[in-house]
Design a protein around this ligand. Structure first.
Ligand code: GTP
Ligand code: MG
Length: 423
């Protein structure tokens, strides 16, 4: 079965806890705090690869769990960072969060990676809290928890050209003639139940991918027949071939009905470069019907017979020509994802703090409010130190530092207090 939508769960690892330890060596009886930082927990990372074409495997392995980071050690030993979990996904996978359908990312290029659950940061050991006023802190941070999310993965086939038409129009037959694909072909409607992909080699340097979709019927855009789920695959096809059988009673009526479905579906499907093809040109009275049919079009309509090969080369070269001048379509248009403006009633108030990038690897937190609060806290005690840390967490100093470009291990100063930034 062809699967193009699955739900998986991802759990990144917790960061390792920081260590509380003191150096006690023969020659250094009071060596000071030496508890190391914990290591980061594993992130779950999706990576786009070419050799997987479906989401089939994700039906069986639905949960991806990242290991936790190692605890910090004594003698200033850092805990090991857990190895990230890399999950290979097919090119073209789009990822959403299940609970609010928030778009997380789009993996369309081979090798592209997307962090879908970030590993928790390791906690700082007590060595990180040593300062002039508190030379022997007995506190350490716990590692931060990892993330736990349920994700929707969707695969839209990355075909360049999509074949649409009524059932039995000869779509699968055309795909089998121009490409390496072997779709099922039969003399009854709805033979094709899932999209088939084929590679069409134009010459030794160029090729494109063609998708044969299940036949559409009236109301497909509202979910009738097999239409709706497969119309989604057309969203990324840059060129559409509309096959209209000359064997049928009223070809032009059929054509209009299908075009109407494409329009009702939206996503600009009715505005894509379109190649109209009259199929089964070897059947009885096809010539008469073709003459009547093509009168309705200003642009040329290609006459095709997959049995005699009439028009096959012309279709391939016309596709190539249209593809060359058609951009790839963005997944979202700007209107669909408007930037949300937030009007903040407190915008004019002075910020609690600002981050100043003093020099390479050194940052300073400045601001009346943060400096006043710092002055009120007695950091010579462990309790005071904990209060300060909780306060810095609450006002989200870490995000501000990250935004300013702070990197793992950089020094951060607040008045005369120094601490290490951990990503
Ligand atoms: N005479 C003639 N018959 C054709 C031609 N192309 C396809 N057929 C026949 O038409 C029937 C339907 O062909 P398919 O290729 O399965 O049609 P389809 O559009 O894929 O149909 P669905 O998958 O049901 O939507 C089969 O019996 C084919 O042999 C053609 O060019 N000439
Ligand atoms: Mg078919």
């Amino acid at each position: 079965m062809f699967i193009d939508k699955v739900v998986v769960e991802v759990r990144s690892g917790k960061g390792g806890d920081g260590m509380i330890a003191f150096l006690r060596e023969k020659c250094m009886p009071k060596g000071g705090p030496s508890g190391g930082n914990g290591g980061r927990g594993a992130s779950i990372i999706f990576k786009a690869v070419r050799n997987i074409n479906t989401l089939f495997n994700f039906r069986h392995s639905k949960v991806f769990i990242g290991p936790d980071g190692e605890k910090g050690g004594t003698k200033n030993k850092y805990g090991h960072k857990a190895e990230d979990v890399i999950v290979e996904v097919p090119c073209g996978t789009v990822v959403y969060e299940e609970k609010n359908h928030k778009f997380i990312g789009d993996l369309s290029i081979e090798g592209q990676t997307l962090v879908v659950a970030k590993g928790g940061r390791g906690g700082r050991g007590n060595a990180a809290f040593k300062n002039d006023r508190n030379k022997c802190p007995k506190i350490a941070e716990n590692g931060l928890p990892g993330e736990n999310k349920r994700l929707i993965m969707e695969l839209k086939l990355l075909a360049d050209v999509g074949l649409v038409g009524l059932p039995n129009a000869g779509k699968s037959t055309l795909l089998s003639v121009v490409s390496n694909a072997n779709p099922v072909i039969a003399d009854y409607p709805f033979t094709t139940l899932e999209p088939n992909l084929g590679v069409v080699n134009v010459n030794k340097d160029s090729s494109f991918v063609m998708a044969d979709l299940p036949g559409l019927i009236e109301g497909a855009s509202e979910g009738k027949g097999l239409g709706l789920s497969f119309l989604r695959h057309l969203e990324r096809c840059r060129v559409i071939i509309h096959l209209v059988s000359m064997e049928e009673e009223s070809p032009y009526e059929n054509y209009k009905m299908i075009q109407n479905e494409l329009k009702s579906y939206g996503m600009g499907l009715d505005k894509r470069p379109l190649l109209v093809v009259a199929s089964k040109m070897d059947s009885e009275e096809s010539e008469i019907k073709f003459k009547e049919f093509k009168k309705h079009f200003k642009t040329p309509v290609i006459a095709l017979s997959s049995l005699t090969n009439q028009g096959v080369k012309e279709i391939v070269s016309k596709c190539q020509e249209l593809l060359a001048k058609t951009e790839k379509f963005p997944l979202f248009t700007n209107e669909e994802n408007p930037e949300v403006k937030v009007y903040d009633a407190y915008a004019n108030e002075k910020p609690i703090f600002e981050v100043v990038h003093e020099k390479e690897h050194v940052f300073r937190l400045v601001g009346e409010s943060i400096e006043r609060t710092y002055g009120l806290i007695n950091i010579s005690t462990d309790e005071g130190m904990l209060r300060l840390l909780n306060y810095l967490k609450k006002i989200d100093v870490e995000s501000a530092l990250k935004q300013k470009g702070a990197q793992d291990g950089d020094s951060v100063w607040l008045c005369d207090f120094e601490f290490e930034y951990l990503e």
